[in-house]
Design a protein around this ligand. Structure first.
Ligand code: ZN
Length: 391
C-alpha cells in the first residue's frame, strides 16, 4: 500500500518546511516538495491532504501503566488495563509499559503479554523489567537476562528512590541493578537504562551522583522521572542533566492535575532549556493509566482518577503556546530525545526515509487530529479508525 501525505509542514523533528511524504507499507519512502501518485491500475494509492497541518514523528510515551497501576488507596483503587483508543487519541505510536508500586499482584509476564497485544492492535510497544522494589522483580531471574533474552524488554524500571513507598534501596543494591541492566543492554544492543521513580524524599538524586562517583556505572545509565514533582527536585534534576544525565518530566504531574507543589510540565521544560540543558537530555512521559487520589480537607480519599495519556499532547501545545518554545524543539522531548535514550532512534522518533512510518498529525492549534502507526492510518480528522479488540 502506498500513501502520499500532501502539503504537510514537516518537523522531522527538524523543520523541513512544506513537503509531501510518501509511505511505502510500514516505511517512510521519500520526502520531497512534490510527490505525485504513479498512474496505472496496478497501484493502490491513498492521498491525504495535509495542507495547514504539521506532520511530526509519532509520539513515544516512555512511561505507561499498560496493565494498570495504583492500588495505593486499597484494592479498589487498582486501575484497569489500557485501551488502544486512549493511546491513539493522544497521538502516541510507541509506548513503554512498566509496573509501579505494586510488584506483588501485578506481574511482568502479564505486562509483556499486554505489550504484545498492543503491538498486534497497531502501535509499537516495549517494557521495562522490575517495578518499584529492590531486589527487582523479573521474568527470567535477573534484569540482565530479561533485557538480553526478551525482545520487548529494553531496560529496568520504575525503581523507586527518595520515596516512602520505595523499598529504600541501598547504594550497593542500586549499583548492582544498574550494572546488570547496563550489561544486559550491551549484550543485546538495547538501551539497558534504569528508569527511576523519584519521590518527594529529601535525598532526591543524591544516590545517583554517589553511584557514578563510587563505581564505574556512568550517570547516563539512569533516567530519573517525575522530576517536575517540586521546584527543589527540578533544580536537582537540572544539575543531574548538566552533569551528563537524562531527565524525564511527567506530563501527568501538574498543578492543574491537583499536584499543588509540582512545576507545570511545559514550564519545567522551558526552565531546563533556559538553564542550558540540551533538549536531547530532556524527555517527557505521561505516567498514564495509573491512579491518582484526590483527598478531601481531612486527608481522606475523596475520589480516584485515572491518569490519561492525553497530558503529553496538552503539554506539548503549552510548551509552544505558553512557554514560547519552538515546536521543532518542544516535540523532541516526546519523540527524538526519547528514542535516542531508549536506543530506538532513528527507527523511531524521526521522519526519515527507510525508517518506520510512525507519524502524528497536528492542526494549527497543535491538537492531535491524525495518527499513522507503522504505515497504518489509525486516527484521521479526529476519527478513530481502529479500536482495541474489546473496545
Ligand atoms: Zn512513578
Amino acid at each position: 500500500m502506498i500513501k502520499i501525505l500532501k502539503h504537510a509542514q514537516v518537523l522531522a523533528p527538524d523543520s523541513l518546511g512544506q513537503q509531501d511524504v510518501l509511505l511505502l507499507a510500514d516505511r517512510i519512502g521519500a520526502i520531497a516538495p512534490e510527490i505525485n501518485p504513479p498512474t496505472g491500475a496496478a497501484w493502490q494509492v491513498e492521498v491525504y491532504d495535509c495542507r495547514g497541518k504539521y506532520l511530526v514523528p509519532g509520539f513515544i510515551d516512555g512511561h505507561v501503566h499498560l496493565i494498570g497501576g495504583g492500588g495505593e488507596a486499597g484494592y479498589y483503587s487498582r486501575t484497569p488495563e489500557i485501551n488502544l483508543s486512549g493511546i491513539l487519541r493522544s497521538g502516541i505510536t510507541t509506548v513503554v509499559g512498566l509496573l509501579g508500586t505494586d510488584g506483588t499482584a501485578r506481574h511482568l509476564s502479564a505486562l509483556l503479554a499486554k505489550a504484545r497485544a498492543l503491538e498486534m492492535e497497531g502501535v509499537s510497544s516495549f517494557i521495562y523489567t522490575g517495578s518499584f522494589e529492590v531486589p527487582a522483580v523479573t521474568i527470567s531471574g535477573s534484569v540482565r537476562s530479561d533485557i538480553m533474552l526478551i525482545d520487548k524488554v529494553i531496560g529496568t524500571g520504575e525503581i523507586a528512590i527518595s520515596d516512602h513507598r520505595s523499598s529504600q534501596p541501598t547504594q550497593d543494591e542500586l549499583t548492582r541493578i544498574a550494572a546488570d541492566s547496563r550489561l544486559g543492554g550491551m549484550l543485546s544492543g538495547k538501551a539497558g537504562i534504569v528508569h527511576l521513580h523519584v519521590g518527594v524524599g529529601k535525598h532526591r538524586l543524591d544516590m545517583l551522583h554517589n553511584i557514578a562517583e563510587a563505581s564505574e556505572v556512568p550517570l547516563a545509565q539512569f533516567v530519573p522521572t517525575h522530576v517536575n514533582r517540586s521546584e527543589e527536585l527540578l533544580e536537582a534534576a537540572i544539575r543531574f542533566a548538566k552533569a551528563g544525565g537524562t531527565i524525564d518530566i511527567t506530563s501527568g504531574v501538574s498543578p492543574e492535575m491537583g499536584f499543588t507543589t509540582a512545576v507545570k510540565p511545559s514550564t519545567a521544560v522551558r526552565l531546563c532549556l533556559e538553564q542550558g540543558v540540551p533538549v536531547e537530555r530532556i524527555t517527557m512521559s505521561s505516567d498514564g493509566n495509573g491512579s491518582m487520589a484526590v483527598y478531601d480537607a481531612n486527608g481522606t480519599v475523596d475520589r480516584l482518577l485515572i491518569t490519561t495519556l492525553e497530558s503529553l499532547a496538552v503539554e506539548l501545545r503549552d510548551m509552544v503556546v505558553l512557554e514560547g518554545i519552538p515546536l521543532a524543539v518542544a516535540v523532541q522531548t516526546i519523540t527524538s530525545s526519547v528514542a535516542r535514550i531508549l536506543r530506538l532512534w532513528p527507527e523511531k522518533g524521526s521522519i526519515t526515509p527507510g525508517r518506520a512510518a510512525d507519524l502524528t498529525v497536528l492542526d494549527t492549534d497543535l491538537q492531535v487530529t491524525g495518527v499513522i502507526a507503522r504505515g497504518k492510518t489509525l486516527l484521521w480528522d479526529d476519527q478513530l479508525l481502529a479500536r482495541g479488540t474489546f473496545e
